[in-house]
Design a protein around this ligand. Structure first.
Ligand code: COA
Length: 340
């Protein structure tokens, strides 16, 4: 049995107050509640208020995760933020989070792996804990995608939402046996984790302008080249294939069988992707934590938001096995299996 070295000490999330439902989007673009619901599973999404910035949401989620862990900012050795929508291009969002939560003089940096950013951050944090270089790492997935969407493009603007989720990682020094008392006793923690990228698919989901390849000018802003562009059905097919293969690989590496899995917290991009992954893996759908109807696709925030909801409402309990898997722009993807 794998003896984990790094576990989740606490979780937290933050969702902006404003909720935009599909009916409101019907007034913006040629779409319908029926199309959005049946093609994606999304009913509504949270959208940040004017003046609210990415690091505000990230800091709120981070504080809640610290509180759940019974720790405070002075205990943190490192902050890792998965985001592609930082407050400013320079410096990174983690820098602003550090200042807002008051955790000065520790490393704080961003991971730009889009929807896979949280899983990337978790594996990086795990390495620092396992090596002994850190005892407490705050990993946050946060996205304020509403500011980089083309609100005239019905193929993208209906899909995404804003929000933040966080976990505090620390050493696996806790022995757990499930609440049912039936489970094998073992240390809580990350049993296996893997991250992957296929750069040949970079143009399937991207923001074309605003970087060194295409500096912004008035023409490009007018053409919305500074907004999200996506070949949706290409990303869909890749998501089903890669989420299935990486989940199967991580499950095998953990030494567990699918029957020992209690929960799957998959990236919430499209309910049909989740259905197809469940079907291919042979996991019952009721093992999946699903909140896409309420949040849409919040990119790197999607897994830690769903995880925190399920921990707080008691679905996910100590000793249970949870599989996470995410895929997004890059194409980058990753999966992790944890004993809670
Ligand atoms: N409302 C109404 N019609 C819409 C629409 C909307 N919001 N968005 C697209 N359509 C139309 C298209 O224009 C197209 O019309 P046409 O046949 O007349 O050309 C039709 O619906 C089908 O479009 P298609 O792109 O083939 O739909 P789809 O079934 O693949 O669903 C997505 C589109 C985007 C929902 C789906 O491809 C998807 O979820 N992709 C992956 C998203 C993802 O995972 N993204 C990021 C990873 S983090």
């Amino acid at each position: 049995m794998i003896d984990p070295t790094c576990r989740i000490l606490g979780t937290g999330h933050y969702a902006p107050e404003r909720v935009v439902d599909n009916a409101e989007l019907e007034k913006l673009v040629e779409t319908s509640d029926d199309w959005i619901t049946t093609r994606t599973g999304i009913k509504r999404r949270h959208i940040a208020a004017d003046g609210e910035v990415t690091s505000d949401m990230a800091a709120a989620a981070g504080r809640r995760a610290l509180e759940a862990a019974g720790l405070n900012a002075a205990d943190i050795d490192m902050i890792i933020v998965g985001t592609i929508t930082p407050d400013t291009p320079i410096p990174g969002c983690a820098v602003q989070v550090q200042q807002k939560i008051g955790a000065m003089d520790i490393p704080a940096f961003d991971i730009a792996a889009a929807c896979a950013g949280f899983v990337y951050g978790m594996q990086i944090g795990q390495q620092f804990i396992t090596s002994g270089a850190a005892r407490c790492v705050l990993v946050i997935g946060v996205e304020l995608l509403s500011r980089v969407l083309n609100w005239d493009d019905r193929t993208t603007c209906v899909l995404f939402g804003d929000g933040a989720g966080a976990v505090v990682l620390g050493p696996s020094d806790l022995e757990v046996d499930g609440d049912d008392g039936q489970r094998e006793t073992g240390r809580a923690g990350i049993l296996s984790c893997g991250i992957f990228t296929d750069g040949s698919l970079a143009s399937a989901l991207h923001i074309p302008a605003g970087g060194s390849a295409s500096p912004l000018d008035a023409q490009k802003i007018g053409d919305r080249e500074n907004k999200v562009h996506m070949v949706g059905n290409h990303v869909f097919r890749t998501a089903v294939k890669n989420l299935t293969s990486s989940s199967a690989q991580i499950l095998k590496a953990s030494g567990l069988t699918s029957a020992q899995l209690d929960w799957v917290v998959a990236h919430q991009a499209n309910i049909r992707i989740i259905h197809q992954v469940a079907n291919r893996l042979g996991f019952p759908l009721d093992k999946f934590v699903i909140n896409i109807d309420e949040f849409g696709n919040t990119s790197s925030a999607s897994i830690p938001i769903a995880l925190d909801q399920a921990v707080r409402d008691g679905r996910i309990q100590k000793g249970q096995h949870v599989l996470m898997c995410a895929l997004g722009a890059g194409i980058s993807w990753g999966a992790a299996l944890l004993r809670m």
